[in-house]
Every structure is written in C-alpha cells, then in structure tokens.
Write a protein that binds this ligand. Structure first.
Ligand code: GAR
Length: 205
C-alpha cells in the first residue's frame, strides 16, 4: 500500500508510522513526505529515513486550488493508495479531495466534533473537561469533519499539567494511528484478493 504523509511540524506521528516494522512488513510504503513549512523538524525525520520529501509553500501559489493542483501533479506518478495527514495544518480543498476520494485520512487531538480547529488540547485543558481524546477520520471539505474511523478517549486526571495531558494525547495518537493504517492495509489486501479471485474465475470459465 503506497502512502504519502502530509505534515507541517514536529512529525512525531510521521516518525511512529515510518518506524513501525509491522506496517512495513504488511506492505506500507511511504512514497513521499509533503510538508508546507520549510523549517519543520519533520523534514529532517523523513530525510534520516530516506523518505523522499516535497516541501511546497502555499505562498508560492496564487491560491489554495493552484497549490493543491501542484501537489496532485507531483504525486500522480506515485500512484498512491492513501494520503495520511499527520499534523498537516491546512484545510484540504476539493482539488485534492477529488484526486483522492475517500483516500485522505486525518488524525486530530480531540474527540471531534469537540475542539475542532487549532490548539485543541490546550482548549480542552482550559475547559477542564473530564476527558478528551483522539479522532481519526476521513477528510471531507470541512475543518476536522468527515466520516469517523475511530475515536479514543483520554482522561484529564486531577492535578494534570497541560504538558501531562498533551503527552497522554500524543501517546494515544501514536498507539492508534498505526492500528488504523494496519486495518487499511488489511482491507486493501482483501479487496485486491477478491478482485484477483474474480479475474481467475473469469479466466477459467
Ligand atoms: C498532532 O497532535 C495531530 O493530531 C495534530 O497536530 C499534531 C501533530 O503532531 N493535528 C491537528 O491538529 C489537525 N487538525 P506531530 O507533528 O508531532 O505528529
């Protein structure tokens, strides 16, 4: 299964996915890291792992549509199965969505629809919610909306600092994103097996 990972910042989710031997063994190939922030630490993490990097800045394009059209053109030869957003801090437009229908997945650090948008963990902490969490979902044209794949709850414990909550949320992200990708690979293999069975059946009819 060929994927590109899109990220804008630290890249801890990128790192967890890239270093997961079970995913590699199951057939995940990270064909490209797409990053919109030239100085982001995730770029170095990709280079250290020999993942090809595309740094592409929105400010070099007239608008978001032209920016995404350029990304679509760059990625087309890679024949990707999925795009995995891992801290990619931009709204996706129909240009990318139509090129990869139901093939773009996002991770968000809250129990959506609560705390969509930016600084989600900080806002959940400020609100002193009893629990927050992580959502992994397909992307649609909204901000942090689109069909849910999985949610995991994370408690806010008495005496927690913001840093403690952030760590717990990130640990949860790092546990569940690889599991979701493993499921995608399984489903993809099932689909391609059933297509192969059909075509073998047709050959011998
Ligand atoms: C993660 O917490 C991810 O859920 C969040 O950005 C962080 C990136 O961390 N994404 C969003 O808020 C998307 N709306 P990382 O760069 O260390 O993976």
């Amino acid at each position: 299964m060929k994927v590109a990972i899109f990220a804008s910042g630290t890249g801890s989710n990128f790192e967890v996915l890239a270093d997961d031997d079970a995913l590699k063994k199951a057939g995940m190939e990270i064909m490209n890291l797409v990053c919109d922030q030239p100085g982001a630490p995730v770029i170095e993490k990709a280079r250290q792992r020999n993942v090809p990097v595309t740094v592409i800045r929105l400010s070099d394009y007239d608008d978001r549509q032209h920016y995404e059209a350029a990304i679509v053109a760059l990625l087309a030869p890679l024949q990707l199965d999925y795009i995995l957003l891992a801290g990619y801090m931009r709204v996706i437009t129909p240009v990318l969505l139509h090129a990869y229908p139901q093939r773009i997945i996002n991770i968000h650090p809250s129990l959506l629809p609560a705390f969509s948008g930016l600084r989600s963990i900080e806002r959940a902490y400020a609100a002193q919610v009893a629990e927050t969490g992580v959502t992994i979902h397909y992307i649609d044209e909204g901000v942090d909306s689109g069909p849910m794949i999985v949610q995991a709850k994370v408690p806010l414990l008495p005496g927690d600092s913001l840093a403690a909550l952030e760590q717990r949320v990130h640990d949860t992200e790092h546990a569940i994103y690889p599991q979701v990708v493993a499921e995608l690979i399984k489903n993809q293999n099932r689909r391609s097996n059933s297509i192969n069975e059909k075509s073998v059946g047709q050959c011998f009819r």
